[in-house]
Structure formats: C-alpha cells, structure tokens
Write a protein that binds this ligand. Sequence first.
Ligand SMILES: NC(=O)c1ccc[n+]([C@@H]2O[C@H](COP(=O)([O-])OP(=O)(O)OC[C@H]3O[C@@H](n4cnc5c(N)ncnc54)[C@H](OP(=O)(O)O)[C@@H]3O)[C@@H](O)[C@H]2O)c1
Length: 274
Amino acid sequence: MRTVAVTGATSGIGRAVALDLAAHGFHVIATARDPEKAEKLSARAAEADLTLSTVMLDVTDPASCQDAVTRIDELTEGGAWALVNNAGIARAGAVEDVSEHDARAVLETNLIGAARMTRLVLPGMRRRGQGRIVQMSSLGGLVSVPFNAWYCAGKHALETLTDSLRMETAGSGIHVTLIEPGFIDTPMLSDALEHFPASAHHPGVHDAVRGLVAWMKPPGPETVARVVRRALTATSPRRRYRVGPAATLAPLARCAPAALTDRVSQALLRAHRL
Ligand SMILES: NC(=O)c1ccc[n+]([C@@H]2O[C@H](COP(=O)([O-])OP(=O)(O)OC[C@H]3O[C@@H](n4cnc5c(N)ncnc54)[C@H](OP(=O)(O)O)[C@@H]3O)[C@@H](O)[C@H]2O)c1
C-alpha cells in the first residue's frame, strides 16, 4: 500500500484529501498541529470505516518538521511515497493594512514550510528512486489579485520553487506536481472574508470581495481532493492541475496586458459593491 503524508489535514482541502485518499486504498499519514483536531479527524475517518495515521506537525517550526518526518519514516519503514504540501494560511487585506508579522506568517507557512518539508522527504525519495511531491498552490499563484497580496506573493514563489524543483528532480523517479485551485469553500475562505480588515483607503471593499466570492459559487474541497488523487494515481502526472473555471481561465489573464487585467479586476469589484 502506498503511503501519502498530507500536511494541514485537519480542515478544508487537506481533510478532504486525507479522507479521499484513505477511501481509495492509500495509507494516509495526516498531519495536524493540534492533538484535539487530530483526534477529531481520526474519529471522522473511523465513522466512514477508514483508517489513517496522524502525526503532529507545525510546518513553521523546523524541529517539529524534523520530528514529523522521523515519525513518518518509522511508520513507513523508510519514508512516505508521496508528500502533499497542503498546509496554508491567508491574511487578506490591502498591502498597506497587513502587518509585517502577518506577512511573514503567510510566507513562513505557505512557502518556507512547504520547502522545508520537501527538503526533508527528498533524500528518502531519491534513495528509493521514486516519489511524488504535490504542492497545493492556488489561483493566487497564477495571477495577482488585490487585497490578498502576501498570499499571492507566497503562492507565486511556491510556483517558481516547484518549477525549479521539477527540473532538478527530472529523471530521478520523483514527480513534482502543482495543484492550482480557484476559490474553494473552506474555513480559510470564510475566515478570510469574515476577518477582512476595514480599510480607510478602500471603503466598501469588504462587501465587494464577499459579493464577488459568493458570485463565483466556490465548490467544496472534495473537488480538489479528486484532482489530488488523479495526480497521485496517474502514471505520468501533469506538471500542474487547475481546479475550477477561475484557475482554468487564469493563463489568459497572464497573457493579457496589465492595463486590461487591472481594469477587469476593478470592474469586478465595482460590480459587487453593495
Ligand atoms: N480555500 C481556498 O479558496 C483555496 C484556494 C486555493 C488554494 N488553497 C490552498 O489550499 C490549502 C488548504 O487551504 P484550506 O482552504 O483547506 O484552508 P483551511 O481549511 O484553513 O485548512 C488549512 C490547514 O492548514 C493547517 N495549517 C495552518 N498553518 C499550519 C502550520 N503552521 N503548520 C501545519 N499546518 C498548518 C491548518 O491547521 P489548523 O486546523 O490547526 O489551523 C489546517 O489543517 C492552502 O495551502 C491554501 O492556500 C485554498
């Protein structure tokens, strides 16, 4: 049975991925940073007649990452076949309103944490001559959107880091894949909308962003879980999998002149202002 370690498996997309993979014959090692949430996840799996292992992990803490990988190595007698770097946070708001502390937290979790975990599992994968790294990127890694700049910056950096890694591991038997979902209905999205900071320079933007996201009708995290499974079961996985219409259309925005994409973004926000 192939083992997949999933970071940030206690909520949203990570939980959906962990349960979906466990239901499809993988040995899942679900990582959590809160023991109570880990227990809840195990109970949820048991209700569905599924088993998974849990390991404690905070991706922003180097010692916790090392301990988690050691534990994963013990559970698998040598290391997981695949790692899904899913753990992530968002700190929405205008660039001038997001504190340096929050900006660092986003980069530490979404970029450095994913890179750290990748670095720790790669030696085992190289030794075995096989493995999969799946990086949970985002629409925000493909295009820049206003009022979520640090999240976009981190995901753009994750995209380039992953592209470089893919070239560096070519021919090693290790496949490196990016998953690029658009808006997905998870606690991260609802929390970001709920705690969107009021902005003196952008009155009404909170309602506009909420209206825009509601208009997009974000699908549930199971949609992403199915795509992750596809990436893990494909003999030759694609370099990137886009999930949902917004992410699928993103390459068009990348080709368009910035003057046009700036105007479209302004028009979309204006249209959804209450
Ligand atoms: N929702 C979207 O619209 C969307 C779209 C595209 C991509 N994504 C990406 O999908 C991934 C999952 O997001 P989600 O929407 O499912 O969010 P979520 O429901 O908030 O889940 C995030 C998960 O990451 C964990 N986590 C956060 N910080 C961590 C840390 N320092 N160390 C270890 N785990 C940590 C959380 O643990 P706790 O439960 O302990 O907080 C939770 O399990 C993220 O990488 C996100 O950027 C989301």
